[in-house]
Write a protein that binds this ligand. Structure first.
Ligand SMILES: Cc1cc2nc3c(=O)[nH]c(=O)nc-3n(C[C@H](O)[C@H](O)[C@H](O)COP(=O)(O)O)c2cc1C
Length: 269
């Protein structure tokens, strides 16, 4: 089967498909686009999506699976700014669990994030069992305490001290769900791809009434391969955790958008 099929009666030989291809799969000939290095195709689907006549199909990213863009509203810059800047890390959650359908919607959008060479490759485990979530935090506090003399992160002593005094869970914040991203062992883009996907999840969450917070302390423990923690999740032998976020319904609404440090940027002309 050919990688690319061109409807010759529709093709206007504009060469857009050739120009946008990130890996030089195509060249433009008098007869239209021609495949010159099929093995380099990363299945990004750009060649199909940019064709003004819908004349090109790619078996790795079929036109049948691509959606006409006219059906998608374009947000204006003010709305986009508000959307991007109003996301906050949520550390106080309602007790109400999020239905699986909504969680799937969240993760589905996350998986549309850009990934290195379109490698994707991230799988998800969603932990919603309260007992396991409690165990996660307890195990991480114990782990932090075991290394107070030389902690992996400066904040460990303060977390342990606070936990002992108040019993408050500053690891998972009593979130009803912990979303774990996983990738095959040795997959070198696993962490980067995860960061993009979870960032998409954090942003999209706000539009469906959800809140999230990056579970960085959890990650430090998971990345150090602490077996009492990892054994809670039944992660397949050939997979590793590459990131985590907490998810739930936010308990509070925010009335202000905060500032950041002054923008630091220079141009080289
Ligand atoms: C990589 C990363 C790790 C983080 N880890 C934690 C964490 O373990 N616990 C937590 O409460 N917040 C964590 N955060 C949230 C940051 O503290 C938060 O993004 C920052 O304070 C800015 O606040 P905002 O997200 O509300 O705008 C993390 C954020 C990132 C990007």
């Amino acid at each position: 089967m050919n990688l690319i099929n061109v409807n010759q009666s529709e093709c206007i030989k504009c060469g857009n498909c050739v120009s946008v291809c990130p890996s030089n799969v195509l060249s433009i000939e008098k007869t239209g686009p021609k495949v010159v290095s099929a093995n380099n195709c990363i299945a990004c689907g750009q060649c199909v999506a940019v064709c003004p006549r819908g004349a090109l199909d790619n078996i790795k990213s079929p036109i049948a699976n691509q959606i006409d863009i006219e059906n998608f509203p374009v947000i204006n810059s003010k709305t986009a700014e508000h959307f991007l800047r109003s996301r906050r890390s949520i550390r106080c959650y309602k007790d109400t669990p999020v239905p699986n359908k909504k969680l799937l919607e969240l993760i589905n959008i996350a998986h549309y994030a850009p990934t290195a060479s379109n490698s994707q490759g991230i799988s998800y485990i969603i932990v919603e069992n309260k007992d396991i979530l409690e165990k996660v935090s307890t195990i991480i506090f114990e782990w932090m305490e075991s290394q107070l003399e030389n902690p992996l992160h400066w904040s460990f002593p303060k977390h342990v001290e606070n936990y002992k005094a108040t019993g408050i869970d500053t690891i998972l914040r009593n979130a009803p769900h912990l979303v774990l991203a996983t990738a095959p062992k040795g997959f070198k883009n696993g962490r980067e791809n995860t960061i993009f996907q979870l960032t998409y999840a954090e942003l999209y969450a706000t539009t469906i009434g959800l809140g999230s917070c990056w579970a960085g302390l959890f990650e430090i423990c998971a990345f150090s391969n602490y077996s009492p923690l990892l054994s809670l999740f039944n992660i397949p032998e050939d997979m590793v955790i590459t990131g985590a976020i907490m998810v739930g319904y936010p308990k509070y609404t925010y009335t202000k958008i905060v500032d950041r440090n002054p923008l630091d940027v220079s141009f080289i002309s």
